[in-house]
Each structure stands twice: as structure tokens, then as C-alpha cells.
Design a protein around this ligand. Structure first.
Ligand code: DAH
Length: 371
């Protein structure tokens, strides 16, 4: 753009027309260069800027020194020019100018936004829960901050059981003055939700309980102080150990493949009697023996057992606080089984993950593999 404002030698109409035509043409040329928000801003300052804008300079150079009889003709043309410039600035921006306003270069390839996927742990949880949904189970959840009563006492843990020690359990601060059953802690397993469910509902019960649990454990390749479990509870008339075996054998086959075999080893949990550990035939070697199964051909996967009558008694005592005649969990009439499994352990086996820490690191190189 030519910045110089020429001197007007004469103020007759012809001279004014020549000069203003030249300026109008200049505006039209400038308009063809308006490609961005910044261009438009520069154009506005060039022409309308209050101190150095060309209209300001023109008005100073021409209007002020014009002879009185020429002022009207000059003023009309000046206003026409000004309206033209303002019309340019008021006109809607073109698409390319618009995108420049938003800082988008439409000539660049688009940004690829990949849709989110469930975290591998959530995915595994859904897979396990869905196996049980197909068997008619529903899902229950419970709090992670739990009381000693639900986490231990009602589950038949004796008062001095090592799990109750702060060595093993993360406790909430300043609970010493409360009665021991009300003291708060981070639940160490999902089993307390068995109690919450039975206090709230009458048999028949078939539920699975997925959730986070907390232990005062050091992290290593296979342990994490926070991890996930899925609990199961089935209570009805005539529930037997063979129902437990059939249910878990089906669930393991559904999860790991129909070739998988299960076996039940005697174990101990305070809230089940009898209790068992469930082992599955090694999914890596098919049971022949390898490093993964410590050459035994079997991998231990979960705990289970028949609900201990002491648990039904604790539930009944709670229910009788509301209805003294309650007899819904009379162990003479009903029985049940329960089981609990670690989600991380199963996810690690299903996907060949050797370090539990990968699940929590948020490293996209790891997570992307589950997309
Ligand atoms: N709560 C146990 C744990 O965290 C797991 C478990 C074992 C749950 C046996 C059960 C069960 O319901 O019957 O180690």
C-alpha cells in the first residue's frame, strides 16, 4: 500500500474524483489481501487508525486546508470512502478468515481423536461380572471406607485376627474412642458387602460385588496396596457345595476357555465352612507344568466356601434390631456359598501382563494395546 498522501493542488470536482477514485481502488486492492483475522486488523488500522490511519491523515492534509467552498464536495467523497472501508470490515468473514480467527489452519490434516476404551481392569471386571449375570446374578456395590463390624466382626474374624492389625489394614485416623465395631477402615476385601446385602435383602440372593480394596502392602510386581476384587454370594434353600463347584467350574471355563479344568483344595476363611481354594489347570502349558505354574500344572485363582452359620447369625442379630421375629437367615432352612477373586491377577493371566504396576501407570503404550 502506498502510504503517502499526495498534496491536493486544486479542489475542483475532477481533481477530487481522481484522488478519491485512486483511494477507492486502493481499498479494493487491499481487500483482496484480507486472508486472516490479523490482515483485517491491519487493514482497519491502516485506514481507520485514530492517529496514523490514512483517513485521519487525509482529513488533516485535505479537509483542514480546503477552501470553504470545496469543503462540502470533499466531505461527501470522504464519507463515501469511509463507508466503503467500514462496509469491508463489517462484511462477514470468509471461511478461511473465520478459521484464522479460531487459530485453525484448515489446510492442515485433521487431528485424530481416538475414542476412549475401557481400562483393561474394568474390561476384565465386566467380563467376569457378565459371566455371572448370565447365571442370573445381579450386581451390588458397597463403600470403600468400611466399619470394623462389616469388614471383620460380622464375617467371623476373631478380635485378635492378624488381618485386623494396622500392619495389614489401613485404618482411618482418630477412631480409638469409638466402640471397636464402629471403627472405620479401608475395606480389605469385598466380603463386607455380603453382610450389607443380607441385612438388606431376604433370600434367594445371587449377587456379584466388584470393587476396590485396600491393604497395607508394599507394591511389587504382583502386589498393589489398592487392587480390585469380585465377590460372589448365593443364598437360597438347598444350596450345596456341588452348586458352588458347578458354578465356579462354569465361570472358569467361560473366562479361560472350555478346556480349563478346576480343582478345589481345602483352605480356611473365617466366614466360610468348609472353605476351599480353587485352582485351574495351567492356561499356559495346559497342565503339563511350566514356569508360570511352578511346574505343578495348576494355578490358584480364588477363594470360596459355604457361608459359615456364624455369618448368618451375625446377619440375623442385625435384622432382629429392626424386626425381632426375623428368621430369614435361619441356617436350619437356608444355606449359601460365597467366593472372592482378585481382578488384577485374572487380568494379568488373560493378557500375559507380568507387572501389576502397568495397570496403574497410565502409560499409553501399555493401555493402547487393549484398544
Ligand atoms: N475375602 C477373601 C480375601 O480377600 C476372598 C474370599 C475367600 C471371599 C472366600 C469369599 C470366600 O467370599 O468365600 O482373601
Amino acid at each position: 500500500m502506498d502510504d503517502s498522501i499526495p498534496q491536493l493542488l486544486t479542489y475542483d470536482d475532477a481533481a477530487l474524483d481522481t484522488e478519491f477514485t485512486r483511494l477507492t481502488n486502493q481499498v479494493q486492492v487491499d481487500v483482496t489481501f484480507l486472508n486472516s483475522y490479523e490482515d483485517r486488523e491491519r487493514f482497519r488500522l491502516d485506514w481507520l487508525g485514530r492517529k496514523q490511519g490514512r483517513l485521519k491523515l487525509i482529513s488533516e492534509a485535505w479537509l483542514k486546508s480546503a477552501p470553504p467552498e470545496a469543503k462540502k464536495a470533499l466531505g461527501i467523497r470522504f464519507n463515501q470512502l469511509k463507508q466503503k472501508i467500514e462496509a469491508v470490515l463489517e462484511a462477514p468473514t470468509t471461511a478461511s478468515q473465520e478459521s484464522a480467527v479460531q487459530g485453525i489452519d484448515i489446510t492442515l490434516p485433521g487431528a485424530l481423536r481416538t475414542p476412549g476404551i475401557p481400562h483393561p481392569l474394568l474390561k476384565t471386571m465386566h467380563e467376569i461380572v457378565s459371566v455371572f449375570h448370565h447365571l442370573g446374578y445381579s450386581t451390588n456395590l458397597g463403600p470403600q471406607v468400611e466399619s470394623d463390624f462389616y469388614n471383620f466382626e460380622a464375617l467371623n474374624f476373631p478380635p485378635n485376627h492378624p488381618a485386623r492389625d494396622t500392619q495389614d489394614t489401613l485404618v482411618i485416623a482418630n477412631q480409638q474412642t469409638r466402640p471397636s465395631r464402629d471403627r472405620l477402615l479401608m475395606r480389605t476385601h469385598t466380603s463386607p458387602v455380603q453382610i450389607r446385602t443380607m441385612i438388606a435383602q431376604v433370600p434367594p440372593i445371587r449377587i456379584v460385588i466388584p470393587g476396590k480394596v485396600h491393604r497395607n502392602d508394599a507394591a511389587d510386581a504382583t502386589h498393589s496396596p489398592i487392587f480390585h476384587q469380585i465377590e460372589g454370594l448365593c443364598v437360597d434353600t438347598n444350596i450345596t457345595f456341588s452348586d458352588l463347584k458347578g458354578t465356579l467350574d462354569h465361570a472358569m471355563k467361560a473366562l479361560f476357555g472350555s478346556d480349563v479344568k478346576t480343582r478345589f483344595f481345602p483352605s480356611f476363611f473365617p466366614f466360610t465352612e468348609p472353605s476351599a481354594d480353587v485352582q485351574i489347570s495351567c492356561i499356559f502349558c495346559g497342565g503339563k507344568g511350566c514356569r508360570k505354574c511352578k511346574h505343578s500344572g495348576w494355578i490358584e485363582l480364588l477363594g470360596c466356601g459355604m457361608v459359615d452359620p456364624a455369618v448368618f447369625a451375625a446377619v440375623t442379630a442385625e435384622r432382629r434390631k429392626i424386626n425381632p421375629a426375623d428368621d430369614a437367615y435361619n441356617p436350619e432352612k437356608i444355606t449359601g456359598f460365597a467366593f472372592g477373586m482378585g481382578v488384577e491377577r485374572i487380568a494379568m493371566m488373560l493378557h500375559g501382563v507380568s507387572d501389576i504396576g502397568h495397570f496403574y501407570s497410565g502409560d499409553m503404550r501399555f493401555l493402547d494395546q487393549f484398544a
